[in-house]
Design a protein around this ligand. Structure first.
Ligand SMILES: [Zn+2]
Ligand SMILES: [Zn+2]
Length: 333
């Protein structure tokens, strides 16, 4: 039996453990991928911390996978052996529920999520449903393109949810998603105001370098009111801060899968048709649109790389905000 190195989560709150697992076999409709890179995401931390409470266990985390097809399972037809593909968080849907039927496959009643309900990419090999894999723009290297698959895609969906009437855009939490979507928003002519942890001047400087017109602490008011705000940090109080900073008719979009409680706030902050909404998962249409748009901008990706055995270290550095941009695990060999 062929084996592979993988980082395994055996239970919530446990450190990831480097281990040998059998190389998975592609089932009907699946491709077997040799993984080259896999991006690290806040969602991985929410799974490790037990805030997302229904993982497959034991589990290989990782849902921003870049790999090449090494074997195609029965009935597959989309990709040739040797082709580079990307695997995102949405691993499969039932295709038959009312949400799938109306173009909201991101809300499918019976989904599979990569690196959560099925094994992901912090391993030398993985299998994926070919219908949910993406072709990737050739201009990006493996480690550059990996963060586009969740930080980029979810950031893009959140940005689109902000609507059409946006001249001033606030971004709360300037990490992987923010640094990508700020460049897209700038390309589309928006003014960008970036908010970071209080006193995080290196993140503020990074935000200005990646297109922000202004960067400051999340406790500050921006120089102009916001038409929309995107929240990428998992902190409920930011919803209230963002509402205070928005114009009439403003939209506050929560981009994360988990957030701490939102404190009570006076109705006057919501009055005048302000809107709070969340963004859940992605559709394949989001992915196709965004992966076509990113190279046109062109979005530049700031990446810190880690070897496979340091995936846990990458997660802890993400928790503490120890690097700017995105973290990606590079799998050698
Ligand atoms: Zn469905
Ligand atoms: Zn993610």
């Amino acid at each position: 039996m062929q084996t592979m190195r993988a980082m395994l989560l055996e239970a919530p709150h446990q450190p990831l453990r480097l281990t040998e697992l059998p190389v998975p076999q592609p089932g009907a409709g699946q491709v077997l991928l040799k993984v080259h890179a896999c991006g690290v995401c806040h969602t991985d931390l929410h799974i490790v911390d037990g805030e997302l409470s229904q993982p497959k266990l034991p589990l290989v985390l990782g849902h921003q996978i870049v790999g090449t097809v090494v074997q195609a399972g029965p009935g597959t037809k989309r990709f040739r052996t040797g082709e580079r593909v990307g695997v995102p968080w949405l691993g499969a849907t039932d295709g038959t529920c009312r949400y799938c039927g109306r173009g909201q496959e991101n809300l499918c009643d019976h989904p599979a999520f990569t690196g959560y309900t099925v094994d992901g990419g912090f391993a030398e090999y993985t299998v994926a449903d070919e219908r949910f894999c993406f072709s990737l723009p050739a201009t990006y290297t493996d480690v550059e393109v990996a963060p586009l698959l969740c930080a980029g895609l979810i950031g893009y969906r959140a940005y689109r949810m902000a609507g059409e009437n946006v001249e001033t855009l606030g971004i709360y939490g300037f990490g992987a998603a923010a640094h990508i979507i700020a460049q897209v928003a700038k390309y589309e002519g928006k003014k960008i105001y970036a908010f970071t942890r209080p006193g995080d001047t290196s993140a503020q400087e990074f935000a200005r370098r990646r297109g922000a017109d202004w960067a400051g602490d999340s406790t500050q008011m921006p120089p102009d009111k916001l038409d929309a705000a995107l929240i990428f940090a998992p902190l409920g109080p930011l919803v209230v801060a963002a509402l205070k900073a928005t114009n009439k008719g403003g939209v506050v979009v929560c981009g994360g899968i988990h957030m701490s409680d939102i404190p009570a706030f006076p109705y006057s902050l919501l009055w005048e048709e302000r809107l709070i909404r969340s963004v859940a998962n992605l559709t394949r249409k989001d992915g196709e649109e965004f992966l076509a748009l990113a190279p046109r901008v062109p979005v530049k990706i700031d990446v810190t790389t880690f070897p496979l055995e340091q995936t846990g270290e990458a997660l802890e550095q993400l928790r503490d905000g120890q690097f700017v941009g995105a973290a990606v695990v590079r799998i050698e060999g």
